[in-house]
Design a protein around this ligand. Structure first.
Ligand code: NAP
Length: 240
């Protein structure tokens, strides 16, 4: 089985490479997803059976401040991939990595695949647009999830009042592998079995000295406060 992974140098991509051992992983410099010709040439010459699209601009503040780049990468980039897959005509199975942040996260928790998205910021909006684009292509699974790499917390503090059913990137990669084996289609949530705060997540990742902060300390683009998701279609994963 020939697998192609975009975004392989990122947090999730690094874990995906461990799960999909012989995957072809063109780096940003080799296949810029905003370059339609480069995407088309790469996909048509490799002819993947499975493509996992994990490349994106993911910083919420970065996307808010660079809307043009966020649009080009997350929306046009996804369209370029779909166009190339349609052109190749070999019915490659596509996994699109989306986010629990397509939901509003207000007055509700444990969103399922049937709930209505309502993005709070530009990043989430572009990820939702990417979902709609991938729906044009029938052999697709849209995966919504929420994760962090299992390593030292990137920031000195973490929210005690922002929640998710978080997983570590390796757990998500394992879930994607299982879904790809079964070639599931439609929307699937890869959710952890516990709703925890970001501060609890930082502790689980091994960052013992991370400080606490609350949403009242935060200044920036609007955020999905409760990112907890559930699933009607798949099993839940234990964060480990
Ligand atoms: N992090 C989360 O909590 C989370 C939650 C749910 C879903 N997701 C989704 O999961 C996916 C992976 O997220 P992540 O946290 O692993 O992100 P990340 O660590 O920031 O990695 C992003 C990857 O995309 C690549 N990339 C960016 N622009 C590109 C372009 N124009 N062409 C080709 N490659 C490009 C980056 O390469 P360079 O570094 O070389 O630019 C990098 O490999 C994304 O689709 C994201 O929306 C993330």
């Amino acid at each position: 089985m020939k697998v192609l992974i975009t975004g392989s140098s990122g947090a999730l991509g690094t874990s995906l490479k461990k799960s999909f051992k012989n995957a072809f992983c063109p780096r940003h410099g080799k296949m810029d997803i905003t370059d339609a010709d480069e995407v088309s040439k790469t996909i048509l010459s490799y002819e993947p059976d499975v493509l996992i699209h994990a490349a994106a601009l993911v910083g919420i503040r970065e996307c808010e401040e660079n809307k043009e780049e966020a649009w080009l990468t997350n929306v046009e980039g996804t369209q370029n991939i779909i166009n190339a897959l349609i052109k190749s005509g070999n019915n490659c199975y596509l996994i699109y990595t989306s986010t629990a942040c397509v939901f509003a996260g207000e007055h509700k928790k444990y969103y399922t695949e049937d709930d209505t998205p309502s993005p709070k910021n530009y990043y989430s909006f572009t990820k939702l647009c990417g979902e709609l684009i991938t729906r044009q292509y029938k052999n697709t699974c849209i995966i919504r999830t929420n994760f962090a790499p299992k390593e030292q917390w990137e920031y000195p503090k973490a929210f005690v009042d922002r929640f998710g059913t978080y997983l570590f990137a390796d757990n998500v990669a394992e879930g994607i592998y299982e879904i790809a084996e079964k070639k599931e289609k439609g929307v699937i949530h890869i959710a952890g079995d516990k709703r925890i705060s970001m501060h609890e997540l930082a502790l689980l990742a091994g960052s013992k000295n991370v400080g606490k902060m609350t949403m009242a300390d935060y200044e920036g683009p609007p955020l999905t406060i409760d990112m907890s998701i559930s699933t009607k279609r798949w099993k839940k994963y234990k964060i480990k």
